[in-house]
Each structure stands twice: as structure tokens, then as C-alpha cells.
Design a binder for this molecule. Structure first.
Ligand code: FES
Ligand code: FES
Length: 488
């Protein structure tokens, strides 16, 4: 790997600013206008910046605004803070039980690391036609809440998207929350997706929300992703279903109309023809699943449903690390607790957690692979969650607890059971992917001490190995789980 590719660092100049409240964030957005970009989870923005597709003069990090995080149920709605992560949504019992399509969309979303880093607000503001959360939220009747200089405004989510990468959010507005109506009796939902591989963006996805009245569909909403310039509803197909007795013929009819309503294109992931065929199949599947759930009160059959939920320096101003860092970039004083040791560091606006770990702290176990969130070689645990260190601004990580592969072994050098199992099962060859594999597997076993093989494969789906193959790695993780269980 070439450490001097552009994806290794953020080359261009920008200022990193961290507001302490939503009000301060709005003031910054008003001041900097279109020159500013909002940083939440970072999984989209930092990739765009590394690829030099976006060069904001100012990055406003909102990740520490606690008021924007969390899920709250009131008497008339469910409020999801914009900073709520995809992982927290997928594991939330209310979401899994009453907003199943959203839980399924989040469980199908990218990789374990991106689920832990990515936020619902960030995903929506990205404006991707292929978003997984958007069709689920649209089908569930979501509204977005935006705050700007004139105060708060609400908008149905289906009117939020204006084209690929374009939304109704103005540059001086912040998306603060998503609101969902409380579910009615006999209502249920489902999300289904087809991608090239499990961690990939959808070729097409579909979300169905149904309200059942005996054998009839009292109400329904169908929404799709990756089949038009924006996530979209299918009103003609909905009209066919609404008020009717559900029969296989009716489903076929609605599915055919939905396939006709979309406007797909040929692109790198699929063809328009295939997408039309797949949307008919996804519509059928989604309606059947939602209908069955409405009948039997089933919640999502998610792998995460079986888990125990367990969510819980030396460089100075005189010695900037890289000549590619522009001189006017300011240095931030940050404190990280790395493998239990408190570290005080000076980092530039555009320093990444990966560089700080490898170069300042000389913890080179964490690997630099792709630099753009594709390989997971750089996975570390940040406040107990797996993150891609190549997509975390060091300044934004201030105050966090980081665990790297160097922190897996006990202080006396005794290896972690996972490390022992990787050696025992020859689960490495060149070893480049191994630290990332170990940290992702550690995250899995901390939440789910008794994983099945499917659980392991699912959780490691974002970690790429170019030489060993995955069978030995999966065997090693399962063996470590058994050892740890026997040692309890
Ligand atoms: S180096 Fe971070 S995901 Fe590849
Ligand atoms: S062991 Fe070489 S990349 Fe996985």
C-alpha cells in the first residue's frame, strides 16, 4: 500500500469548528453559508473530501451535540434525533417492534463499522437515491425537522429529496430530527433489498407499510430506493391496494404497476431492465412480509434480535506531520484515552484518527488500506463501537476512548482468546487485515457472546481479506467465542 496516495490524508485546507449547541451551529452555518459542510458520522463527507469531490472551507462538527442524539417516544410521535446512529436504530426495541421496516433497513445498511458511525440525519442529508433508510422512513410516514435562523420547520420526508445529492435543506439549516407517527393497531411494515454483496449499496430496495383490516388493506404506503433520481413512493400501486381484499392477483397487479412507476437507469450497479423486474419481486415480497406481520404481530426477524444489547502525543506546533498540511490550518488540543492511557495531542483540522494512532502514537497495528471506508483494515473501537479510523477527524474524536489491536492483549502480554484463536486456526497469511478483523470480531463477541456462523459472517461483511480467505477467520472467531464461554 502506498502511504502517499491522496486518500491517506485530507489534502486541502479547511477549518474545523465545533459548536456547543444547535443555536451555535446555526450561527456558524449562517456565517459560512455554502462554504461550510456539516460533519456528523463522517462516512460520506470524509470520503468525498478525500476524493477531492468536495473542498469545503469549513467543516462544522456536530457529533457532540447530545440534544440531537437518541430516540424518544411521546404520546403522539416517535422522535429520532438526527445523530442517532444506524446501529442504535437497528438495535432499538421500539424500532424493531413497531417500525420494523426501519430496523430492517438499518440492519441491511453497509457494514458494522458504517452502521456504528453513520447517522440517520447524515444519511438523509446525503440525498442519495440509493439510501436504505429513506424508503423505510417514507413508507412509515416520516417528517424531517429542520432548524434555521427563522426557527423550526417540518417537511414530509418524501418532499425532502430534490434530486441525486440534492435536498430541501438550505445551507443555513440543520436537520435536527426525524419524526414518525405512532403505529396504529394492525399496522406493520417490511424492508427488502437487493445488492451485489451484503455490504453494498442497493441495486433496488423497497419498503412497505400496511394497515390491515381483517382481509382488507385499510391503508398502505410503498416506497423505493435506487430506482429513480430520488427515493420515491408509488401512488398508483398504493391506490390499487388500498381498501381491497388482499389476493395474490392483487399483489401481482400492484407489483406490475410499481415497476411501471419507477424511472430506473443503467449504472455501475445494475440495469434499468433488471431494476424493473426486481422492483416487482421486492414489492411482492414486501407486501407479503408486512401482511403476515400485521396478522401475527411479528417483529423483525433480525440477527441482532438475538443479541444482548451492549451499547454502551507528542507532536507539537513546531513539528507539523505532513508537508501536505497547509500552514494556516489550526492545531486543536485534544485528549484521547488510548488502550487505557490518557494522551494529550495537538492535531490539525485535517488530521485523521488513523494518522494520529499510527504516526503520533506509533500504534501501527491499525492498518491503512483503502483510506476511503471500503476495506475496514483501520477498524478500532471508539467508545466501545467499531469505527473506521481513516474516516474519523482526530479533532472530532476529542475526549473519546480508543481501543486498538495493541490493547487486546492483557497488560502481562497474555493474548486475547481471539488472537489465540487466529493463530491456532491459521486465520491469517500476510496479516494486513487481521487487526481490523480482530477489532470487529471483538465488537461482535462483546455484544453477542454466542454467535452463529451466520452472525460472524454478517458482522465481518465489511472487513476485506485479500489472501487467507474467510473460512479460517470465521472458524477462529467461533472458536474464540467457545473458549470465552467456557472460561466464564
Ligand atoms: S483504510 Fe479505512 S476502511 Fe480501508
Ligand atoms: S491475511 Fe492478508 S489480507 Fe487478510
Amino acid at each position: 500500500m502506498n502511504d502517499m496516495t491522496n486518500s491517506h490524508i485530507l489534502v486541502h485546507e479547511f477549518s474545523y469548528l465545533e459548536p456547543r449547541s444547535v443555536g451555535e451551529a446555526i450561527e456558524l452555518l449562517v456565517t459560512h453559508g455554502d462554504a461550510a459542510r456539516i460533519l456528523a458520522g463522517g462516512t460520506d463527507l470524509l470520503v468525498q473530501m478525500k476524493m477531492e469531490r468536495q473542498k469545503p472551507a469549513c467543516v462544522i462538527g456536530i457529533g457532540k451535540l447530545a440534544e440531537l442524539n437518541g430516540i424518544r417516544q411521546d404520546i403522539d410521535k416517535l422522535t429520532i434525533g438526527a445523530l442517532t446512529t444506524i446501529r442504535d436504530l437497528a438495535r432499538d426495541t421500539t424500532v424493531r417492534g413497531s417500525y420494523t421496516a426501519l430496523a430492517e433497513a438499518c440492519a441491511a445498511f453497509s457494514t458494522a463499522q458504517v452502521q456504528a458511525m453513520g447517522t440517520v440525519g447524515g444519511n438523509l442529508c446525503n440525498g442519495s437515491p440509493a439510501s436504505d433508510t429513506a424508503p423505510a422512513l417514507i413508507a412509515l410516514g416520516a417528517e424531517v425537522v429542520m432548524v434555521g435562523p427563522e426557527g423550526e420547520t417540518r417537511l414530509p420526508l418524501e418532499r425532502f429529496f430534490r434530486g441525486p445529492g440534492k435536498t430541501a435543506r438550505r445551507p443555513d439549516q440543520l436537520l435536527t430530527a426525524v419524526e414518525l407517527p405512532l403505529p396504529t393497531a394492525q399496522a406493520s411494515s417490511a424492508f427488502v433489498k437487493i445488492g451485489r454483496v451484503a455490504a453494498d449499496i442497493a441495486k433496488a430496495n423497497a419498503a412497505v407499510h400496511l394497515v390491515r383490516d381483517g382481509d382488507r388493506i385499510a391503508d398502505c404506503r410503498l416506497a423505493f430506493g435506487s430506482v429513480a433520481p430520488t427515493p420515491m413512493r408509488a401512488p398508483r400501486a398504493e391506490a390499487i391496494l388500498r381498501g381491497q381484499m388482499l389476493t395474490p392477483e392483487l399483489i401481482s397487479q400492484a407489483a406490475a404497476v410499481a415497476a411501471d412507476e419507477i424511472s430506473p437507469i443503467d449504472d455501475v450497479r445494475s440495469t434499468a431492465t433488471y431494476r424493473r423486474q426486481v422492483v416487482a419481486a421486492l414489492t411482492t415480497d414486501g407486501i407479503n412480509r408486512a401482511w403476515k406481520r400485521a396478522a401475527y404481530g411479528e417483529s423483525a426477524n433480525l440477527r441482532i434480535g438475538e443479541w444482548l444489547v451492549n451499547d454502551e502525543g507528542r507532536r507539537t506546533k513546531d513539528a507539523p506531520r505532513s508537508t501536505l498540511h497547509a500552514s494556516r490550518i489550526t492545531l486543536h488540543e485534544i485528549t484521547l484515552t488510548v488502550n487505557g492511557v490518557t494522551r494529550h495531542l495537538h492535531v490539525a483540522d485535517n488530521d485523521l484518527l488513523l494518522n494520529v494512532l499510527r504516526e503520533d502514537l506509533e500504534l501501527t497495528g491499525t492498518k491503512y488500506g483503502c483510506g476511503i471506508g471500503e476495506c475496514s483494515a483501520c477498524t478500532v473501537l471508539m467508545d466501545g463501537k467499531p469505527v473506521l479510523a481513516c474516516l474519523v477527524l482526530a479533532a472530532a474524536a476529542d475526549g473519546s476512548h480508543i481501543r486498538t489491536v495493541e490493547g487486546l492483549a492483557a497488560p502481562d502480554g497474555t493474548l486475547d482468546p481471539l488472537q489465540e484463536a487466529f493463530i491456532e486456526h491459521a486465520a491469517l497469511q500476510c496479516g494486513f487485515c487481521t487487526p481490523g478483523m480482530l477489532m470487529t470480531a471483538k465488537d461482535l463477541l462483546e455484544a453477542n457472546p454466542h454467535p452463529t456462523e451466520a452472525d460472524v459472517r454478517d458482522h465481518l461483511r465489511g472487513n476485506m481479506c485479500r489472501c487467507t480467505g474467510y473460512a479460517a477467520i470465521v472458524r477462529a472467531v467461533l472458536a474464540a467465542a467457545e473458549t470465552m464461554t467456557n472460561d466464564e
